[in-house]
Every structure is written in structure tokens, then in C-alpha cells.
Design a protein around this ligand. Sequence first.
Ligand code: PHE
Length: 329
Amino acid sequence: MQAMFHALDSAQDSASLESIRIDTIGKKGLLTERFAKLKSLPEEEKKQIAKTLNTLRKEFEGRLAIKQQELESKELESTLSAQGIDVSLFNLRSKRSIGHPINYTKDKIIEFFTRMGYELCEGPLVEDDFHNFSALNLPEYHPARDMQDTFYFHDDKLLRTHTSPVQIRTMLAQKPPIKMICPGETFRRDYDLTHSPMFHQVEGLVVDRAGVVSFAHLKYVLESFLHYMFGDVKVRFRSSFFPFTEPSAEVDISCVFCQSDGCRVCSHTGWLEVLGCGMVDDNVFRAVGYEEVSGYAFGMGVERLCMLSLGIGDLRSFFETDLRLLEQF
Ligand code: PHE
């Protein structure tokens, strides 16, 4: 028996441990056979030897269990280290992405303006006529309302067609000076290659005492922003019209695809329109009860800036939930 204990202690793997177990307490094992031989012994001797055998078996089983555990964890350790899994290692093969390009672009825009000291504001998606139109100098029957195809509910409610109603809400809720941006969803009854019924805009509004804020400030801020977004591009302000700003301008950058040589994206003009802006119209200030102030406002489409800055060709790919879009970035 002593030899068995010795073999057990020096076993190197679970296979040899198992054969020691079989040789000792298996069907034809040493101990099992000793137990079998008990039958032929006289009663007194039988008791005595059975007691010893039982003690031996208990000890063997106890030491076997400990050894088994020891060998198993050793073997697990060596398999693990052979497989070479280091959970603290960075997995370079995992798929990583900037997230959805729209959110990425929106966050990038927010980053610029909040660093410039603009406060982040929000407004409701379901608006009323006052905030979305009339307070913005778009009275009923104003022809400019045709520019925007609106989703109406049966009462006075509608889905906001731009983020400009947040200008009105902010001016009604605060006092000047105001310096805010508002990113968010907007809705129009449009659906084709370059329009989707839901899209994103970022609005900007700055209001201060009369004469403090000028078109020059607006121009500086937007030029800096467009260089931050697109790098070394040319920027031009083109005179335009919005009911809520006067004077108004649309802002173009030199085409990022053809370097102004002329291509399909810029319709061979060399320029890409990227945002609208202007000095807040006095009628808008009147609608919110502001006097002796001046201010500027601007609005931009996130989808458009995103497509131009990341080189995405098809607007619809934003809404198709195809993971391959995210994996490209
Ligand atoms: N609200 C305008 C639009 O949706 C953009 C704009 C905002 C223009 C602010 C001027 C000033 O087209």
C-alpha cells in the first residue's frame, strides 16, 4: 500500500493519477482485493483488518481528491498559457468605429461652439405655428412658408421644420446677452436622393445690446468653424433671403471633392453651399419683446456637413441601419 501512496504523491498528470486509482480502488485494485479476501478470515481478525483497510481507503481517497484538484488546475493553467489568451491585451482585430457619422458630426459641431462659449439649448420636436413660423417673421400666407413642406397635426401643432423655433423659445425664456446653439431633429415632407423626411440641424443665436454684435463677428465665427470642419477651404458669403434675418447670406465653401475644378457634387460651380445665416430681423425681436438689441443667427444641416466632410455619397445610407456604413469609419 505504501507504494500506492508514493505513486499517488508523485503522479504528474491526471491520466496517470486515474490509473493509480484503478490499481488501488478499482474493481481489481489492490485495496479492493484485500477487502475481498476478508471473507475467508476468522471473525476477530476480519474486524481488525477491515478497520485498517477502511482507514487506508479513506486516506487514499482524501489524498486522491486533493491531488486530482492540484493536477487539474495545473493542467488548466498550462492549456490557458498555451492558447495565449491575455485578456489585458488590446484586441486590434476588433471592429471599431467613430459611431454613427451623424452623431459624430453633430458632436464635432457642438465641440467647436461650446468651446467658443455657446450654451447648448434644446426645444420640442412638436412645435406650434407661433414658434415655428409667425414669431420668425413668417406670418400666415407669407410666400416663404412654401419653402418648407410641413407635417401638420390636426390642431395648431406641427413637426418643426427647422431648429429656428428654439431661437424664439430661448429669447422668451432668457434675457440678453444670449449665445446659444441648438442641435436637433427637424422634419419636412421631402423624400428623394438628397432629402429625407427627418434630418438634423444645428441652430446658432447670439444677441447682445444694440451695436455689440455685428455681421463681422458672424463672418469670423462661421469662417473659423468651416476651417475647423473642412481644413483649408475657401469660404464665401453669398447674399440671400430668410424671413427671420436681414441681411441674410448663404455660405459656400470651395468644393472639397474637385478643389473647385468643377464636378458633379458641386454641379460644376466649384462651390458647395453649407449653411444659412444673417442678422436677426427686427420683427423677430419685436415678437419676443426685445428692444435695443442686435444679434445674428445661423443654421446648418448636419447630414450635409457630414456627407461633405466624410465623403459619404448617398443620404439614404444614414437611415438604412447597415453596419457596413459604421465599419468604414
Ligand atoms: N432655418 C433656416 C433653414 O432651415 C436656416 C437659418 C437659420 C438661416 C438661422 C438663417 C438663420 O433653412
